[in-house]
Design a binder for this molecule. Sequence first.
Ligand SMILES: C[S@@+](CC[C@H](N)C(=O)[O-])C[C@H]1O[C@@H](n2cnc3c(N)ncnc32)[C@H](O)[C@@H]1O
Length: 227
Amino acid sequence: MSETWQDKRQLWTVGVSNAFWLMWRAWVELVCYGLKRWWWQVRCALWWGWLDTTPQKLVEAAENRYQRADDLIYGETLPGTAYQLLKRLEVDENDVVVDLGCGRGTVPLVAGLAFGAKAYGIDLLRGYIDHGERLVRVLKLQGVVSFRPGDILKCEIPKASVYFFAGTCLSAQHWKKAVSNFSKAAPKGARAISLSQALPAKDWELVSEEKWPFSWGMATVFIHKRL
Ligand SMILES: C[S@@+](CC[C@H](N)C(=O)[O-])C[C@H]1O[C@@H](n2cnc3c(N)ncnc32)[C@H](O)[C@@H]1O
């Protein structure tokens, strides 16, 4: 058997098992949140608003421009997971939530729709921002949720009470730069969620470490409080 054939078979197996995982999670969420308006709004918006392209296509188009292919690898927070994590942080309409590298914007959309919190999504790729802004108009979330282009390694990060950082795919150097950039903006007492690794203990108190489902499988989530 040639290596190429083995590679293809492996990719196909991963794709099929991921499709089953996503279907299973959609079913679990339907059972848990099927009576919730916010859940239908987020799920339908992410389906309808993305009929014209996919994150994979945006990433492929951007790879040459940014030369940081690994940083752009896409995976996302499932609406039910975003809801449970924000609930866990007791988010309400007085909170400001920032998703650092927001992708399709599930976290800001859930924060605005389910909790009435003000939410920002920041991403390097303009395509996510354009799609996010269109969903804000369709869902009538102007003034509540907004999307802005930016490089989280160096752009100005809004002052917020909750930061969400899914930096799993960033290189070690970029991960450090992003963390130092948003830690500067985070006021004392702010909460932060990071995926896969905890934030530096000199700036952030680790409150808990938990496992939650994401689009690619189960991932470790670290919940922190700014010192
Ligand atoms: C794993 S995805 C997470 C998406 C979203 N936060 C979620 O949980 O659904 C990471 C996102 O970070 C973005 N990203 C990577 N490097 C970035 C940078 N330097 N500045 C802004 N966004 C970046 C990618 O384009 C991608 O959309």
